[in-house]
Design a protein around this ligand. Structure first.
Ligand code: FAD
Length: 396
């Protein structure tokens, strides 16, 4: 079995692994990234690409901690998008520079007063009617329409940008065995293309594998109890004439629907999360789609929903378990010896997670070594967005 050695092995090429690997590479470390499916494959490419600034979490006064934390992150991303940040995301497509918050219900006093306060502080803008997007003019909110400066990114272009500097250092393979000791992980045995086995050794191992972190947590002796999954069934509606971005809210802390729009086949795919996906997690595909259509007919009655094609798929948010809250408030790292298990808990938190990984390295007493040659190993490719995959589209 051939052995390859690097300073830091990142396991998992979602947003957390890609961001961290780029930062480590810039800092001069000999980094290798191991991915088992495709770069961005699971949560990252399934995400809605929203640069949350915390406004959504502050509406009902709960989750204030998350709202405060989140405020600091979008500016770091914006710098990267402008080509003057810690990483170069200047080729990333911004689908929308902001998104809307609105309600179709009459009894939303908490929402209205919270938004009025945020408008006073300049966190949201009460948009005058003449500037409402066509689709909301035709399907007006029950009250004001608020705009939030939260960009929506084309997440595949984010993954492509982050994959570029890692060419020759992001490989595809499946872990078949962990070699562990009281120092953490000594080596991983990995199966690569053609059934060949290789051994990967590193000064430090950073697991950013989303649901794959469960396997690492067990191997490192933390057990499954440090992890949790929160299931969703995301819905796609294909063939819409116009885009819309935002949350249609009710009195519940969860939006009734969170909608992002993505150009596809000459029209738009509306990608539906919020309560549509949360409630759908406990329903069949057919019932999820039926409920989603009825929600969309109620929120956007002027649109012709009979010409739209529908699909859905299940995806879990893979997170650290928080003893106090079902919703983990921040990125989390667990360290044992030379190994770190890390969860960003949100796309937008990836820069903070990378900071935390970088800060924990000096304690390991490692020194950067010369860049290794991993060119004989199979390269990991960028994965596909949900609507680019083979889904079962139906008309309802
Ligand atoms: C439907 C949905 C919508 C979301 N929308 C947003 C949003 O709009 N804004 C936001 O900020 N956050 C959002 N999130 C949260 C955000 O997407 C996640 O927190 C983030 O993508 C997690 O990134 P990650 O890199 O930790 O995990 P992942 O993206 O899941 O990446 C893990 C990677 O590790 C690989 N892997 C797994 N096991 C192994 C193994 N054994 N060996 C090697 N590789 C392995 C996987 O194939 C995958 O590529 C959303 C999440 C979901 C599910």
């Amino acid at each position: 079995m051939d052995t390859y050695r690097c300073d830091i092995l990142i396991v998992g090429g979602g947003i957390a692994g890609l961001w961290t690997a780029n930062r480590l590479l810039q800092a001069g470390w000999n980094v290798l990234l191991l991915e088992s499916v495709a770069l961005g494959a699971v949560q990252t490419l399934a995400s809605q690409g929203i640069m949350h600034s915390g406004v959504k979490y502050g509406i009902d006064g709960s989750n204030r901690e998350i709202a405060q934390q989140l405020k600091t992150l979008p500016p770091r991303w914006m710098d990267c998008l402008a080509g003057k940040g810690e990483l170069d995301l200047s080729t990333v497509k911004v689908l929308s520079p902001d998104q809307y918050l609105w309600s179709r219900d009459r009894l939303v006093g908490g929402f209205t007063s919270s938004m009025a306060g945020k408008a006073m502080q300049g966190e949201v803008e009460d948009v005058p009617k003449e500037r409402w997007p066509e689709v909301l003019k035709a399907n007006p909110p029950s009250g004001s329409l608020y705009a939030v400066k939260e960009a929506i990114l084309d997440i595949q272009s984010v993954v492509q940008s982050l994959a570029k500097p890692l060419r020759g250092r992001a490989i595809i393979g499946q872990i078949t065995k962990f070699h562990t000791s009281d120092k953490g992980v000594d080596a991983l045995e990995v199966s690569i293309a053609g059934g060949q086995m290789i051994r990967l050794e590193a000064g430090a191992f950073v697991f950013t594998a989303g649901e794959g972190n469960e396997q690492a947590a067990v191997a490192l002796g933390f057990g499954m109890e440090v992890t949790q999954r929160r299931p969703l069934r995301m819905v796609l509606a294909k063939g819409l004439p116009q885009p819309v971005y935002g949350h249609c809210v009710t009195t519940s802390p969860k939006p009734r629907a969170t909608i992002t729009s993505h150009p596809y086949e000459g029209k738009w795919v509306w990608y539906l999360g919020g309560e549509i996906a949360e409630k759908g997690a406990a329903m069949s595909d057919a019932d999820t789609l039926k409920r989603a259509k009825s929600e969309m007919e109620s929120i956007f009655p002027s649109l012709n929903w009979n010409d739209v094609e529908w699909a859905c798929f299940a995806v879990d948010r893979a997170e650290p378990r928080d003893p106090k809250s079902q919703l983990p408030p921040e990125p989390r790292l667990l360290a044992r010896g030379n190994s770190i298990i890390a969860w960003p808990t949100k796309l937008v938190y990836a820069p903070l997670l990378a900071d935390q990984v970088m800060k924990s390295l000096p304690a390991l007493g490692l020194q950067p070594t010369a860049p290794g040659d991993f060119s004989q190993l199979p390269a990991a490719e960028v994965g596909q967005l949900p609507w680019q995959q083979s889904l079962q589209w139906i008309r309802l």
